[in-house]
Design a protein around this ligand. Structure first.
Ligand code: URP
Ligand code: ZN
Ligand code: ZN
Length: 474
């Protein structure tokens, strides 16, 4: 007989492969037993029991694409720090997020990382693990810092093909991919052709077309498709797996499918904005379109359907929020004085860490587009596998961390920013009707949200390091 700390009783468990009714027994923060009648067969003692009947017991969500407290240019401040960002993530059914540590130009990555750890330390409601943004691939960074960091558990790098001050050229991307090949790190690529964007921005500004809608017109599908093709080709040349992040349309998806047919290992990611928003949302009155400015921009209804097809068929492995929150009614956010002069100065990014999974559950599972195992794969398991956190994270199995979200499929809610927990002042998904919400969330065996109420505390979440590809997990 086992003395459990916590038993989740009578729920329907789903993993990325199976659905079954069973109880989950937890000891010391980990799952130690999955079976029938655990309460009856448990050793008497001080055990907490959660009745999950009528609810789904799923791995806690892992959002592997989140921006928090990231330096964003002069006078611009992100709306979330680790406290508000992880609290919001938790309410949306997540037990882990992966934000980005940005290397400052001319700056060592270690220094940026130490500062980023300080921001996170003691402030998190979920576990966190960091990706590294490579903005200045010096010889020292490539030959010494990154290999040492990958060995220390910082095993994923993001590179940008766009954004002044961040974008790398092809030679720099090749060199970064080569470090990933030799260290087993994983490279995430933001695919948009910066030269083409600059050309189109100049054309729009000359014509006086400077409102937020022009953000979408200056970053058309072709800009993303070309860069996606190029990134995949560079990965093919180096012979290393690659992650294509925030894919917004079918033409970029076709590039991924063609690359896979050539034998390239590519992980594809899409996000809620490409299922729920269109470029027309950037048309808002009085600069309100700025609320939807993100890159790549939302496309049209046909592209939304293409992205759904990618979710349904398995072309996409990851569904992430790309949560990158700026307040709207704030001169340090979307209404920055320069941004009011031209769309090209509006900070890129939208909030969504709390609404990511309810949207996928409601629009995907409840509307019959995907089943629960696919939901689990897209929301947790594939993130853990892609970024070296599996099998401790991302599944419900003996020995895994007891990171669990219990979903009530009978809850109906309308998304209202007033009910969310991030630091922004709007949600791009305001007014969307949702069926199903995570009502109880457990992190490492500790109940953090109980029937919709926060019972965990800041600091309960911790930093978790990742493993490079090929490193042993047990
Ligand atoms: O507009 C976006 N997506 N901002 C966040 C930074 C990025 O490109 O991922
Ligand atoms: Zn990006
Ligand atoms: Zn992003």
């Amino acid at each position: 007989m086992t003395q459990f700390d916590l038993i989740i009783q009578g729920g329907t468990i789903a993993t990325a492969s199976d659905i079954f009714k069973a109880d989950v027994g937890i000891v010391g923060g980990r799952i130690v037993q999955i079976g029938e009648n655990l309460v009856e067969n448990a050793q008497a003692g001080d055990v907490q029991i959660i009745d999950a009947s009528g609810r789904y017991v799923l791995p806690g969500g892992i959002d592997s694409h989140v921006h928090i407290s990231q330096p964003s240019g002069e006078g611009i401040v992100m709306a979330d720090d680790f406290e508000s960002g992880t609290r919001s993530a938790l309410f949306g059914g997540n037990t882990m997020i992966m934000p980005f540590c940005l290397q400052e130009k001319n700056g060592p990555m270690r220094a940026a990382l130490n500062a980023y750890h300080e921001l996170a330390e003691g402030n998190c409601y979920t576990d966190v693990s960091f990706h590294l943004i490579v903005s200045d691939p010096t010889d020292t960074l490539l030959s010494q810092e990154l290999p040492a960091l990958a060995a220390d558990g910082y095993a994923s790098f993001k590179v940008f093909m766009t954004y002044e001050g961040l974008r790398l050229n092809d030679a720099e991307i090749l060199k970064t991919l080569d470090v990933a090949r030799s260290t087993g790190a994983t490279v995430m690529v933001h695919c948009e052709n910066e030269e083409a964007i600059r050309f189109l921005i100049a054309r729009h500004e000359v014509a006086g077309d400077v409102a937020p809608r022009a953000h979408a017109s200056t970053r058309p599908v072709a800009v993303e498709r070309e860069a996606t093709h190029r990134a995949l080709t560079l990965a093919e040349i180096v012979d290393v797996p690659i992650v294509i992040v925030h894919v917004s349309n079918g033409e970029a998806m076709d590039e991924i499918a063609r690359a896979r047919a050539r034998g390239i290992k590519v992980v594809g990611e899409t996000c809620p904005q490409y299922l729920m928003l269109t470029a027309d949302d950037l048309d808002g009155m009085d600069w309100e379109g700025a609320k939807f400015v993100c890159s790549p921009p939302p496309r049209d209804k046909a592209a939304q359907e293409e992205c759904w097809r990618g979710i349904e068929t398995g072309l996409f492995d990851l569904f992430s929020s790309d949560h990158c929150p700026f307040r709207y009614d704030d001169e340090r956010g979307k209404r920055t004085p320069k941004g009011l002069e031209s769309f090209r100065h509006i900070p890129n990014g939208i909030p969504g860490v709390e609404t990511r999974l309810p949207i996928l559950f409601s629009e995907g599972v409840m509307k019959g587009r995907i089943d629960l195992p696919r939901f689990v794969a897209l929301s947790a398991t594939n993130h853990a596998k892609t970024y070296g956190l599996y099998p401790e994270k991302g599944t419900i199995a003996i020995g895994a961390d007891a990171d669990i979200a219990i979903w009530d499929p009978s809850v109906t809610r309308t998304i209202r920013h007033a009910d969310l927990h991030d630091g922004a002042d709007y949600s791009p998904y305001e007014g969307i009707e949702i069926t199903g919400w995570p009502t109880t969330v457990i992190l490492g065996g500790r109940v953090m949200i109980s029937d919709g109420k926060l019972v965990g505390k800041k600091g309960d979440g911790a930093y978790r390091s990742a493993r490079a590809r090929g490193a042993k997990s047990v």
